[in-house]
Design a protein around this ligand. Structure first.
Ligand SMILES: [Zn+2]
Length: 81
């Protein structure tokens, strides 16, 4: 598979398409939340991101034990829910 320009971006932006930049998965487990931000973990590959639309998502690395909820489609979810 050829690399696309998007695969080479250092900062993944989940807000654009709500899919994992590593595996293209659309399901995420919601972890710790604060204010309008949340930590989310890809249900497919385990990559973790700070998610706070409309700001660009950032890659994070915290404990998998923070993520205990069932996976959801991030595009159907609002941090304020
Ligand atoms: Zn993934």
């Amino acid at each position: 598979m050829a690399l696309r320009k998007k695969d080479l971006m250092p900062t993944p932006d989940l807000l654009t398409d709500a899919t994992c930049p590593d595996c293209r998965g659309e399901h995420f487990v919601i972890g710790p939340r604060g204010g309008l931000a949340a930590n989310v973990r890809c249900a497919g590959c385990g990559s973790k991101f700070w998610y706070c639309p409309p700001f660009p998502s950032e890659r994070i690395d915290n404990a998998d034990s923070f993520y205990t909820q069932p996976p959801i489609r991030l595009r159907d979810w609002q941090v304020s829910d």
